[in-house]
Design a protein around this ligand. Structure first.
Ligand code: CMP
Length: 432
């Protein structure tokens, strides 16, 4: 199996280029050669390219036999299953698409135009390639959709221009390229709904009038789609930032409406700004909550592994204990001067320090210890079911992970070794 993603990306891009060559050339031959009786040899400027396209399409059959496929989001990598699916599905289209049409075109001479219609079967690959991009590229899906739309609208302009060319142009009059440019101009002005009116269907030609009307309808639909998409793209480009700004604005309005003292207002604003810098609006608990339990644990463990590794208490801990702690931890942010824990109060959480420094002060206000990255605190009140034994104040911007009482007790009961270690530390603090 080829599971190498960059390879697939390059391969699909090459295939897209190849199908684009077909999509540009086939209607051109159809319009020019078929309707005006020009033989294929006169159109052989891309003959080398045609052979390359055929070769690529043949090779693609081989690649598809050994490439993983997605079924409803599930990646299928089993060689037998991949082969079975390909044989039952797209293989026949791919075989048709890989047929060496170039030779057929050369044989068909004057009839090249009609034969070229067969080339259109190669375009069946295009939607599949785009689907692959949508499923496998991790870029903003709106940007990708817009890219796809621009791609198709450009091709459509060409197809419409070929149709207009076939309906309106006398091949003996001027050079092909001049007439094609005029047709493309009509196609673009009509599709974009600009319609200067300097080129319009001949009122004596039903075919031209009907064709003109059909393209106008297409133009209006495409225009509406583009405007809608571009505005939603910009509106959602930075959704997290927009949501953060709206939330901040609402909180600030609330503070003013309730006449909150300016220094407290300032602290709230500092908190919001720091929180944005630290999380970029990605509240990881919200993301976890949207996933099933097993994935929540995996992701939490991955995200918190660095923090957990720094905690001496958890050094050498079992995978199970790490998973349970990682899943139960909740992030919280404190500003310099914030009191995280107050002596004498009831305790509901314990904390691990991920970033920042804090001071531990006793009842007299004397600093008895300092806490930093990897330290933890707040466990005494939970273990002893007693009031807090010290006051802990942030001396810097702090990012902490909190473990609430229920989660703490659950972990303690499931992992007695953790309980023993915590117990030792509690005894040291309370006895010492
Ligand atoms: P708890 O009593 O729940 O809340 C205050 C916390 O401060 C306490 O748990 C311990 O984690 C921590 N603590 C108390 N005394 C000390 C000390 N002397 N050195 C370090 N940490 C302490």
């Amino acid at each position: 199996m080829i599971t190498h993603k960059p390879f697939h990306f390059v391969w699909k891009t090459l295939l897209l280029l190849a199908t684009t060559v077909v999509a540009v050339e086939a209607p051109y031959i159809l319009a020019v050669a078929s309707l005006h009786g020009v033989g294929f040899p006169e159109l052989s400027w891309t003959s080398g390219l045609r052979h390359a396209v055929t070769a690529l399409f043949v090779a693609d059959i081989g690649v598809n036999f050994i490439s993983p496929v997605r079924d409803h989001g599930r990646l299928i990598t089993g060689p037998q299953e991949v082969r079975r699916r390909y044989l039952r599905g797209a293989l026949w289209w791919d075989l048709l698409a890989a047929f060496p049409f170039v030779s057929l075109l050369q044989l068909s001479g004057e009839q090249a135009g009609l034969t070229s219609a067969l080339l259109l079967v190669r375009l069946t690959k295009m939607p599949r390639i785009w689907r692959w991009f949508h499923q496998n590229l991790s870029i903003n899906h709106r940007v990708l959709r817009l890219g796809e739309f621009i791609f198709f609208i450009t091709l459509t302009s060409h197809w419409v221009a070929c149709g207009w060319y076939a309906l309106t142009v006398d091949p003996r009059a001027t050079a092909f390229i001049d007439q094609y440019v005029v047709s493309l101009y009509w196609s673009v002005t009509t599709l974009t709904t600009v319609g200067y009116g300097d080129l319009s269907p001949d009122v004596n030609s039903n075919a031209q009038m009907l064709y003109g009307m059909a393209v106008m309808f297409m133009g209006v639909a495409a225009y509406g789609y583009v405007i809608g998409n571009i505005s939603s793209l910009f509106a959602n480009m930075d959704m997290a930032k927009t949501m953060h700004e709206e939330r901040s604005a609402a909180i600030k309005e609330f503070l003013v409406a309730h006449r909150v003292p300016p220094d407290l207002q300032e602290r709230v604003k500092t908190y919001l700004a720091y929180e944005w810098g630290a999380t970029r609006g990605q509240q990881y608990e919200h993301i976890l909550d949207q996933l099933p339990d097993n994935l929540q644990v995996e992701l939490a463990l991955h995200l918190n592994r660095d923090v957990l590794r720094k905690v001496p208490l958890l050094r050498g801990a079992s995978e199970g204990l790490l998973r349970d702690v990682a899943r139960a931890m909740r992030t919280c942010i404190f500003l310099p001067g914030d009191t995280v824990v107050r002596i004498g109060e009831a305790g509901t959480r314990m904390f691990f320090v991920s970033k920042g420094t804090l001071s531990v002060t006793d009842r007299a206000g004397a600093t008895v210890s300092r806490l930093e990255e990897g330290n933890f605190f707040g466990e005494v009140a939970l273990v002893r079911e007693s009031p807090r034994t010290a006051t802990i104040v942030a001396t810097d911007f702090c990012e902490l992970y909190a473990l609430d009482k229920e989660a703490f007790s659950r972990i303690l009961s499931q992992h007695p070794e953790f309980g023993d270690r915590i117990g030792e530390r509690v005894s040291r603090i309370t006895d010492g």
